[in-house]
Design a protein around this ligand. Structure first.
Ligand SMILES: Cc1cc2nc3c(=O)[nH]c(=O)nc-3n(C[C@H](O)[C@H](O)[C@H](O)COP(=O)(O)OP(=O)(O)OC[C@H]3O[C@@H](n4cnc5c(N)ncnc54)[C@H](O)[C@@H]3O)c2cc1C
Ligand code: SF4
Length: 330
């Protein structure tokens, strides 16, 4: 690991200022992703501004839902009564990730910002446009079993690997950030992460030095019918090959509102408007769920080694919708 300067963030404003004035600096929260990347020389900041002690860990009611602090730990968030009762999909998604120890260290802001698990990104001997723009993409013609089937470009075929964000997409979350001028701004979750295009080095639309301070979740009617399904190589301690955040609101036996968000299939959580259109106004039957799954994967563009994600994605959508209808029971 390279030497770096350690700066303690005393308050939001001074922490933001410290990062804004130094292009080579980064915020440090739980450190569970950033420190790993620094040990591998993938990330090389010359300064870490530690925000972990800032008072941004509250989870509380708001007039229109709840607000979750950026520095609340993943574990505390998943187990908080307000989240468990009103947003069980979010609890399920967080608990599907990492391990108990990691969730007790990792923060919500850091989770949104976690970087891809593309093996070429981690191996500094390999070309990678995300790590070093202009060097090429090792995965495009390499081993791309875990990579994207939607929204990729010839510059990068990586996926966003996290779980929590997929649920946040389904729940219409809004991310609150504080910027260089001391002003706060909000970013709807669907605009937070981005597709790779010609600039795969940018994972999201946060400016350098902007600090995530919280995540707001509006009220919804999905609490009784939602499910997070994660399919992976190992039963724990593994990232998803495909995941599905599914949420339904029904009116009798018909579907009034639906959310279908796929994880680990694109550079950002992939909300399927096609699947949702195939569900809304229809009876909540297996035939409807199958039609939604077909619609969701119709435009998939698999690479040489990840064609299996298309069929896996369809089956995962159907199972997640069935379990959502079943009140989250397996
Ligand atoms: C073995 C292992 C398995 C894992 N499995 C999963 C999994 O299955 N599913 C899953 O979703 N995740 C998984 N993770 C990822 C884990 O959830 C993330 O490492 C964690 O959420 C990052 O949070 P952190 O607070 O530790 O972030 P840090 O490592 O401190 O920071 C990560 C990045 O976020 C930036 N950052 C942190 N806080 C803020 C903020 N408030 N505002 C702006 N930028 C900020 C940092 O500058 C850095 O770039 C796994 C991690 C490990 C090590
Ligand atoms: S897929 Fe993206 S992260 Fe992976 S090697 Fe290609 S450019 Fe790098």
């Amino acid at each position: 690991m390279r030497p770096f300067k350690y700066t303690e963030g005393k308050d939001e404003t001074s922490a933001v200022r410290a990062v804004v004035v130094n292009r080579e600096s980064k915020f440090l929260a739980g450190g569970t992703n950033l420190i790993d990347l620094m040990k591998e020389y993938v990330e090389r900041p010359n300064e870490l501004v530690d925000v972990s002690q800032l008072p941004l860990a509250q989870i509380k009611n708001t007039s229109n839902g709840i607000s979750i602090g950026a520095l609340a730990k993943n574990g505390a968030t998943a187990n908080h009564p307000l989240v468990r009762q009103n947003y069980p999909l979010l609890s399920m998604a967080i608990l599907a990730g990492a391990s108990g120890q990691l969730r007790n260290m990792a923060t919500n802001g850091g989770n949104l910002m976690q970087r891809t698990r593309c093996q070429y990104f981690y191996d500094i001997a390999m070309p990678c446009n995300k790590r070093e723009p202009g060097t090429g993409c090792g995965a495009l013609e390499g081993i791309n079993r875990i990579h994207a089937i939607f929204g990729w470009s010839d510059k990068c075929v990586a996926t966003y690997p996290g779980d929590m964000a997929n649920a946040l997409y389904a729940l219409d979350a809004v991310v609150r950030v504080k910027g260089a001028n001391g002003q706060e701004r909000t970013i709807p979750i669907q605009d937070f992460h981005r597709l790779p295009g010609n600039e795969p080095q940018k994972d999201n639309n946060l400016e350098h030095g902007e600090l995530i301070i919280g995540i707001d979740l509006p009220k919804n009617n999905f609490a009784n019918k939602s499910y997070y399904l994660k399919v992976r190589d190992r039963a724990s301690y593994a990232f998803a090959l495909v995941s599905v955040a599914a949420a339904l609101e029904t009116d009798g036996s018909n579907i009034r509102q639906a959310r279908v968000v796929l994880g680990s299939v694109a550079h950002k959580p992939w909300r399927s408007g096609e699947a949702e259109k195939a569900l809304v106004g229809k009876p909540a039957t297996d035939a409807t769920f199958n039609a939604a799954a077909e619609a969701a994967l119709k435009e998939a563009k698999p690479l040489a080694h990840n064609g299996y994600k298309v069929e896996l994605g369809k089956r995962a959508i159907v199972l997640a919708l069935q379990r959502a209808m079943n009140g989250g029971a397996e």
